[in-house]
Design a protein around this ligand. Structure first.
Ligand code: UDX
Length: 455
């Protein structure tokens, strides 16, 4: 029907590009807006400037159906749309832990200024609690006289690498500050996921903003909790992986996000817990600030622990030694290296004088753009040649399955630091490797079979 709400999506990063494509898939006319003409040109041609499984296909499909297009012209996009999603970034500020809200403010003001008919502005970006209320004042200042407008908050919970599925089938739909009319519009937009069972939670603006922030804070806390317990396991000779499996059977705890290792990174968790720390302090909520501080510290300590283990494995110093690094993305199935613990560790070893060669199935390019002085190899073997220590820092399936036998042939000091507890230690030990994990005992090489002695 032609009276369906028409949609604009401001910002075409992970969040915006995926949301725009998903809305088109759900049957709506969508225009994506970005300041960067190169992004607009790429997306218009069905090319996605980052690695996200399934997204290029979906964008290509709906650029072809005509339901999806991209532009740099926010005035034009606003004029032809009824619902305007704010999907721009809220990165950490350069000089503090606070979130930089200038993109959100600019995008919201630009939509408000260019409204030609009544509209609904829907914030999706992750923002510190209290932001949406201020944006409402900003909108009131900028909107042309006589044009009706409402601003609500509808946080997004997508994971990189699973962004398309998460957006098409969300766990829940949170609507903050929506009037009955706005709620009805949103229920129309999300009719398909709602029909498929996604619960709708309506609440006020600050609750909606905080649901998103606390979801990420909880996930980060879970990871830092298991990493803290991993420290105890290591000291006591226990095995954190077995322990996590045992914990996970309690449905109140759950097995997910209990993988001990190098800790969390990426464009969301680290900056979001720091923004929460900062905002909690501003609000006088000191317990939350203290908790987030501790979660951050435990997380960063994991990187140091892997660096220390590498120095020990390489014989006390990494100066002038070759170090092979498998995986630099912040997690598998992405080429994202924002706040990547893996790239961080590789870079730190380089800065200590090691000759670091990195291989990642997807992230060599993005890593090189951030850290050009590391060496990059197109396969695991080339990364490992002559290494004094081999590090597995991202648990890509192809790296988990890499052959310890073939690697063993080109490495003299057969020691692997399994920073994601993802390898099969018995298999590696059988191939002559010493396997150093986090939160469990080191596995030493199986004694060589003395063929001569047997006969
Ligand atoms: C996260 C949230 O999951 C998502 O809901 C939110 O919208 C954005 O932030 P994402 O950053 O894509 O998503 O990554 P996620 O899959 O959550 O992983 C975050 C980090 O935690 C990765 O570095 C991962 O390696 C690490 N992690 C995850 C662990 O160290 N252990 C675990 O058990 C799980």
């Amino acid at each position: 029907a032609t009276d369906r709400p028409r949609i604009s999506v401001i910002g075409t990063g992970y969040l915006g590009a995926t949301h725009a494509a998903a809305m088109a898939e759900m049957g709506f006319d969508v225009v994506g807006v970005d300041q960067d003409p190169r992004k607009v040109e790429a997306l218009s041609a069905g090319r996605v400037p980052f690695f996200e499984p399934g997204l290029p296909e979906l964008i290509e499909k709906h650029v072809a159906t005509g339901r999806l297009r991209f532009t740099t012209d926010i005035a034009e996009a606003t004029a032809v749309s009824d619902v305007h999603f704010i999907c721009v970034g809220t990165p950490q500020q350069a000089t503090s832990f606070a979130a930089n809200l200038s993109y959100v403010e600019d995008a919201t003001a630009a939509v408000a200024k260019n409204l030609t008919h009544p509209g609904l502005i829907v914030g999706k970006s992750t923002v510190p609690v209290g932001t949406a209320a201020r944006l409402r004042l900003l909108v009131a200042r900028h909107v042309p006289a006589g044009v009706g407008v409402e601003l609500i908050w509808n946080p997004e919970f997508l994971r990189e690498g699973k962004a398309v599925d998460d957006t098409l089938s969300p766990d829940r739909i949170v609507l903050g500050g929506a009037s009955p009319a706005a709620e009805a519009t949103m229920r129309e937009l999300y009719a398909l996921p709602i029909a498929a069972g996604a619960p709708v939670i309506t609440c006020d603006l600050p609750t909606a903003e905080l649901v998103k922030v606390s979801a990420n804070a909880f996930l980060a806390t879970k990871i830092s909790f298991i990493n803290a317990i991993a420290e105890v396991c290591e000291a006591a000779g226990a095995d954190v992986s077995v322990l996590a499996d045992a914990l996970g059977h309690d449905v109140r705890i759950g097995r997910q996000f209990l993988n001990a290792g190098l800790g969390f990174g990426g464009g969301c968790l680290p900056k979001d817990i720091r923004a929460l720390m900062h905002r909690s302090k501003e609000l006088g909520a000191h317990q939350a600030a203290g908790l987030m501080q501790q979660v951050d510290e435990i997380n960063m300590a994991q990187r140091q622990s892997v660096i220390d283990k590498t120095v020990v494995a390489a014989g006390g110093s990494v100066l002038n030694k070759r170090i092979g690094v498998l995986g630099v993305a912040f997690k598998p199935f992405t080429d994202d290296v924002r706040d990547s613990p893996a790239l961080n560790v590789a870079a730190a070893l380089h800065l200590r004088g090691a000759q670091v060669t990195v291989h990642d199935p997807e992230a060599n390019g993005t890593a090189r753009a951030n850290f050009p002085t590391l060496s990059y190899a197109s396969n695991p073997l080339d990364a490992a040649i002559g290494a004094s220590a081999l590090l597995v820092l991202t648990e890509w399936p192809e790296l988990v399955d890499v052959s310890p036998e073939s690697l063993g042939e080109i490495v003299e000091n057969r020691v692997v630091i399994d920073a994601r507890n993802c390898l099969d230690p018995e298999r590696w030990a059988a191939a002559g490797w010493r396997v150093v994990s986090l939160g469990k005992e080191t596995v030493v090489p199986a004694p060589a079979v003395r063929v001569a002695a047997l006969v």
